[in-house]
Design a protein. Structure first.
Length: 222
C-alpha cells in the first residue's frame, strides 16, 4: 500500500470530550472550563501580557491526516481549527506552549462515502467525540528551524503522548501582503488502535499520518 499524507493541527477532547465549547471572546475561550489544565491557560495569558501570544489563522492553516486503505490513498483535512502559540522570547524555547483544537465534524473529503465512513461510529465517531485536541508539553530543538514537539493528543475519547517533527519559521519584517507572523509545519505517525479505533481493519491501515501547516499572527487586543 502507498503511504499517503493528509494535511492536519493538529492537531486533536479529554476522555469523552463531548463538552460543547464556544468562543466567548476571552483569550483561549475554547480551552477553558476544564478542557485543558488551568496552568496551561495561565501560560497563554502570561504570553499575552508579554506580547508573545500568536493566534492560529484558520483560513490559512491546514490540518489533516492520511492513511493507506484498500481503495487507495485517502487524504482528508479539517476545515475548523483553532488555537494558539505562546512563543518564548521570540524563539520557540522551553517556555513555549501550543494548543490546537479541531472540530472533527469539519472533515472535508472529495468522496462523500469516504467522509461518512471516517466520521461514523466505526472510525472517528464524531457524534460522540466532536473535538480533537493537542496540548504541547515539551519542545526539543534540533537546529535553528527544526525541532521535535511533544505533547498529548486526545482523539476518540483517548489521550496519548505523541511527538511531531516540526519546522518553525518566523516571518520577518511583516508587510501588508504577509498572512502570518509565524508558520509551523509538523507531522506525526500514530496507531489508530492506540485510540481505540479498531474497526475496518480489513479496509484501513492501522498507521495514520497527521500533518499540519499552521499560520499564526501576533495577538493584539482590540
Amino acid at each position: 500500500m502507498r503511504a499517503f499524507t493528509l494535511l492536519l493541527l493538529i492537531t486533536f477532547s479529554f476522555p469523552a470530550f463531548t463538552l460543547q465549547v464556544a468562543d466567548d471572546g476571552r483569550i483561549c475561550a475554547p480551552f477553558r472550563g476544564g478542557v485543558v489544565d488551568p496552568a496551561v491557560i495561565e501560560k497563554m495569558l502570561k504570553a499575552d501580557r508579554e506580547g508573545r501570544l500568536f493566534r492560529i489563522q484558520a483560513k490559512n492553516s491546514k490540518v489533516g491526516f492520511c492513511v493507506d486503505s484498500s481503495v487507495g490513498r485517502i487524504e482528508a483535512r479539517f476545515r475548523d481549527v483553532q488555537g494558539g502559540l505562546a512563543l518564548h522570547r521570540k524563539v520557540w524555547g522551553n517556555g513555549s506552549q501550543m494548543l490546537v483544537m479541531v472540530d472533527a465534524n469539519s472533515l472535508k473529503m472529495n468522496k462523500r462515502y469516504l467522509k461518512d465512513m471516517l466520521t461514523g461510529e466505526q472510525f472517528l465517531d464524531t457524534y460522540s467525540y466532536p473535538k480533537i485536541l493537542f496540548v504541547s508539553t515539551h519542545l526539543q530543538w534540533l537546529n535553528h528551524k527544526k525541532a521535535i514537539l511533544k505533547g498529548i493528543l486526545t482523539m476518540h475519547g483517548v489521550s496519548r503522548p505523541v511527538h511531531f517533527d516540526v519546522n518553525l519559521t518566523l516571518v520577518p519584517n511583516r508587510n501588508p501582503q504577509a498572512t502570518a507572523d509565524v508558520i509551523v509545519t509538523a507531522s506525526a505517525f500514530i496507531k489508530r488502535a492506540d485510540f481505540n479505533i479498531h474497526s475496518l481493519s480489513f479496509l484501513v491501515n492501522d498507521t495514520i499520518e497527521l500533518c499540519m501547516r499552521i499560520e499564526a499572527t501576533l495577538f493584539k487586543k482590540q
